[in-house]
Design a binder for this molecule. Structure first.
Ligand code: ARG
Length: 466
């Protein structure tokens, strides 16, 4: 039976009927729907709409539906319009007439708003614990890298040497911000729509506060029009996931680049690569390419949510049914990416030798050379120009700055002395970036335990939710 058949004289166009159903995709909200239904039923009983016996039978029925759903791959029901209809049908089949009482004083508009919030909240919690493991893996790799050095790039041109640990901790910073954004989003979404009715608030004396607490929400949503039509939480969640996806995409891009023969900084784990059916020699970075590719999907999901909501008058409109799939798509994509990335980071190998060699050539000590002159009183602009001339000379003579004879150097930089060379070694160049957030080994040794503390604090907050 349709939930709204009473008013209609004609049957639905069959193609339209099947096209407008959300059951094929919203059935994944079964756990949320059952939890919200139980909270509503308790509240109906407290308001005297259900007897204790009816409440008990409804709660047992809901539990049975949960058990059956957990035992089957997917839920089959050709008629159910959506997950709300499905649960009602099942309940009536299991317990009879009292099943029809469950819908008293509520609307599917508040139900879907509640289910989707609960779903996003659960996904945030999964992602947060995944990000905790990912950060653990990243920090552990950074600790293991010791004082190994690699080039850093700007414009993808060699810039200055940095510690490998410093490079890895740059990604840790991004993921810490993502965790912060997720926590922030969780705070704002954790308000409960139940009791909002279809649009104007329920007509029964339901205790909204108790329903909210029952479902782990901090408080009821303050306005029924907003509660039933708001999808800010979905937008914010998926936008947060897009930023997370972008971070993984940049990481993946560097892995792909650094695993090329030309760079050779990274050896891809075979367990995360695939071969070519045509070219026998290939080992392709598919895991990283897909990670980069998923960012496109998630950014698209965020755009699709914003576009759906943008022109909607208050309150519920069926367009809002279209806000479910982007949430599922983005959360599926990112939960998988976090898990794969975690294992990839633990398994990937770095070729410190190649990184060291690359960091030791290509004039990455030119800025340090200019600062050597600055320390001798040369204005930076002149020092920059003098070292620029020296670099030019070296390019013509196929050598590095530290291989340039002092008398040649002095034609450009008269202030340079014999100690110039000791300022240009890799260790000296790394060591002189001795500022908070800089790559000097002493600073990175400080940054590592700070990152660990940050991670411990993050895990403490997660623990509070669990
Ligand atoms: N399946 C619907 C959705 O996802 C549930 C709400 C239906 N409400 C309505 N008034 N037709 O949006």
């Amino acid at each position: 039976m349709k939930m709204w058949a009473g008013r209609f004289r004609q049957p639905l166009d069959p193609e339209f009927e099947s096209w407008q159903r959300s059951f094929p995709f919203d059935q994944r909200l079964i756990a949320e729907e059952l939890a919200a239904s139980r909270a509503h039923a308790r509240s109906l009983a407290a308001a005297g709409v259900l007897s204790q016996t009816e409440l008990d039978s409804i709660v047992r029925g809901l539990e049975e539906i949960g058990r059956q759903a957990a035992a089957s791959e997917s839920l089959q029901d050709e008629e159910a319009e959506d997950i709300h209809h499905f649960v009602e049908k099942q309940l009536v089949a299991l317990i009879g007439e009292p099943g029809y009482k469950l819908h008293s004083g509520r609307s599917r508009n508040e139900q879907i708003a509640t289910d989707l919030r609960l779903y996003a909240r659960r996904s945030i919690d999964n992602l947060q614990s995944g990000l905790g493991e990912l950060l653990e893996a990243l920090i552990a790799r950074a600790e293991k890298a010791g004082n190994a050095a690699m080039p850093s790039y700007t414009h993808l041109q060699p810039a200055e040497p940095v510690l490998v640990a410093h490079w890895l901790l740059a990604y840790a910073e991004m993921f810490f911000r993502d965790a912060g954004r997720l926590a922030d989003c969780r705070k704002r979404l954790n308000h409960c729509p139940l009791g909002s009715g279809a649009v104007a608030g329920t007509t029964l004396p339901l205790d909204r506060q108790t329903m909210a607490i029952d479902l782990g929400f901090d408080q009821p949503c303050a306005n029924s029009l907003d509660a039933t039509s708001d999808r800010d939480f979905a937008i914010e969640f998926v936008q947060t996931l897009s930023i997370l996806a972008i971070h993984f995409s940049r990481f993946a891009e560097e892995m792909i680049l650094f695993a090329t023969r030309e760079f050779g900084f990274v050896r891809l784990p075979e367990a995360f690569s695939t071969g070519s059916s045509a070219m026998p020699q290939k080992q392709n970075p598919d895991a990283m390419e897909l990670m980069r590719g998923k960012a496109a999907r998630v950014v698209g999901d965020a755009i699709s949510l914003m576009a759906t909501v943008k022109g909607l008058p208050l309150a519920y409109n069926k367009d809002l049914q279209e806000t479910q799939e982007p949430v599922f798509s983005a959360s599926d994509a990112m939960e998988a990416v976090v898990s794969i990335a975690c294992r990839f980071i633990a398994a990937v190998e770095f070729d410190y030798g190649r990184m060291h060699a690359a960091a030791s050539s290509g004039f990455m000590n030119a800025m340090a050379a200019a600062h050597y002159l600055v320390a001798r009183g040369v204005p930076f602009r002149h020092a920059h120009e003098q070292i620029g001339h020296a670099v030019q000379w070296c390019i013509e003579h196929h050598c590095e700055l530290e291989e340039m004879p002092l008398e040649e150097l002095r034609q450009f930089a008269p202030e340079a002395g014999q100690d110039f060379y000791s300022h240009l070694t890799l260790d000296a160049v790394l060591g002189c970036h001795d500022v908070e957030g800089g790559t000097a080994p002493a600073r990175v040794r400080q940054a590592l335990p700070e990152a660990r503390e940050h991670l411990a604090a993050l895990r403490g907050e997660l623990h509070a939710h669990a």
